[in-house]
Design a protein around this ligand. Structure first.
Ligand code: ZN
Length: 411
């Protein structure tokens, strides 16, 4: 019997700061949307799709990413986007997650006609806002009751896309820039989306709170995206960067220096000496130690996605060997996230359960991890308001912990 009962994990207020909208659809909705829109799927039953596409485990990252072709195909539709965003918020609310930062790459879902970046982002915001309004109006939510639900949107640029098959928008973008090298075209698309998100936030009031780059890390160094990140940085937008998912410490260093990352997506290979490639670094062990301490001291928060890492790193096998243990030993700021609720077949509660069952996480450490999710969020309101919100969530956490006799004495 675990020291943390399921009911306790269900009741504590939780966050998900790393969740891809296009990887988190309800399977039943994906099938319905595909049938309605004439999108081809390898199976039209949930069991069939679980067997063929959204599996329990994957051979490698490319296989893991295979399902996104289907989810993105159905999401190139404003009504479906609104619905997917609404359902994502509701699924989180149902398991006691009261703050989320869904992310996605609009350029994967755009075409050059009615699916503009403005409309795509407004549709997602409408779905999230509808869920928030519905939930926050429930009688049990409010001043003296359950904490209200809130969200901010994170927009991703893609680290990599090719000349065809990624999306109608990218196909056209590549087609129009035939005299530029592929790396140059990718960089231009990232700058374009960076300008768009600042404008859409400022002019349309869509709560876009962060900017990210997603997609294949290998061969696409962070430095390539400096201009896009400089632009959002100058416009006071937060940054998180997928780094250390496939590459190691140097990619993480680039993310926090070149791209001003406030948080890191995964950071999985942070301590992996074998992933340090620069021949100029003599003592690789010392390099990763110093980097880890640097990150810890600056409170750069790592968005840890256990199931996803297990699924895309076939060599990991045993979760106890995951770098979360070392992150905790180094007192890094970490928060548990799902990455993809559908593709990884997980929930925030499952991720917490996995963490406490595979690592030595006492009540104080668990409370810290949950609280970092709120503290290091890119909350859309003013800082003073954020502090009140965080304070309220901590009070709620403490009340639930008391109820279950799981009190965090000082360690
Ligand atoms: Zn991710």
């Amino acid at each position: 019997m675990s020291r943390y009962p399921d009911a306790f994990i269900r009741e504590i207020p939780k966050t998900d700061l790393h969740v891809h909208l296009d990887g988190s659809l309800r399977l039943s909705s994906l099938i319905e949307m595909a049938e309605k829109g004439g999108v081809g799927l390898p199976s039209y039953t949930e069991e069939g799709l679980r067997e063929l596409v959204f599996k329990e485990s994957y051979a490698d990252l490319p296989e893991y990413l295979g399902g996104f072709a289907y989810t993105c195909a159905v999401l190139r539709d404003l009504e479906n986007l609104e619905r997917a965003a609404y359902e994502l918020a509701m699924d989180n609310i149902e398991e006691g997650v009261c703050y989320i930062e869904p992310r996605f790459a609009p350029q994967l879902l755009m075409d050059n006609r009615e699916l503009t970046m403005d409309r795509v982002l407004v549709a997602v915001d409408n779905g999230l806002r509808r869920a928030k309004a519905e939930y926050n109006a429930r009688p049990e939510v409010g001043e003296r009751g359950l904490p209200p639900f809130d969200y901010g949107i994170i927009v991703c640029a893609m680290r990599m896309f090719g000349a065809s098959g990624y999306s109608p928008y990218y196909d056209a973008f590549f087609g129009l820039h035939r005299d530029s090298a592929p790396a140059e075209v990718i960089k231009m698309a990232a700058v374009e989306v960076a300008r768009g998100v600042v404008r859409i936030r400022d002019r349309l009031g869509v709560p876009i709170v962060g900017f990210d780059i997603a997609g294949q890390e290998a061969g696409h160094p962070a430095g390539q995206f400096r201009e896009a990140f400089d632009y959002v940085h100058e416009n006071f937008m937060h940054k998180t960067v997928h780094a250390g998912e496939a590459y190691g410490a140097e990619s993480i260093f680039q993310a926090i220096t070149d791209l001003h990352a406030d948080r890191l997506g995964h950071g999985y290979f942070l301590f992996d000496v074998g992933k340090v490639a620069d021949p100029g670094i003599d003592d690789k062990r010392e390099y990763v130690e110093r980097l880890a301490n640097f990150i810890a001291d600056r409170r750069v928060t790592i968005e840890v996605c256990l199931t996803s890492n297990l699924q895309t790193n076939p060599t990991l096998r045993d979760l106890r060997r995951h770098s979360l243990g070392r992150m905790l030993e180094h007192r890094l700021s970490t928060t548990l996230c799902t990455d993809n609720r559908l593709v990884s077949n997980t929930t925030v509660s499952k991720e917490i359960r996995l963490a406490v069952e595979n690592f030595d996480i006492g009540p104080k450490a668990l409370k810290n991890m949950i609280v970092y999710g709120f503290k290091r969020s890119f909350y859309p309101g003013p800082y003073a308001e954020k502090r009140n919100y965080v304070r309220r969530l901590i009070t709620r956490y403490e009340a639930v912990a008391r109820k279950y006799g799981i009190e965090a004495e000082s360690e």
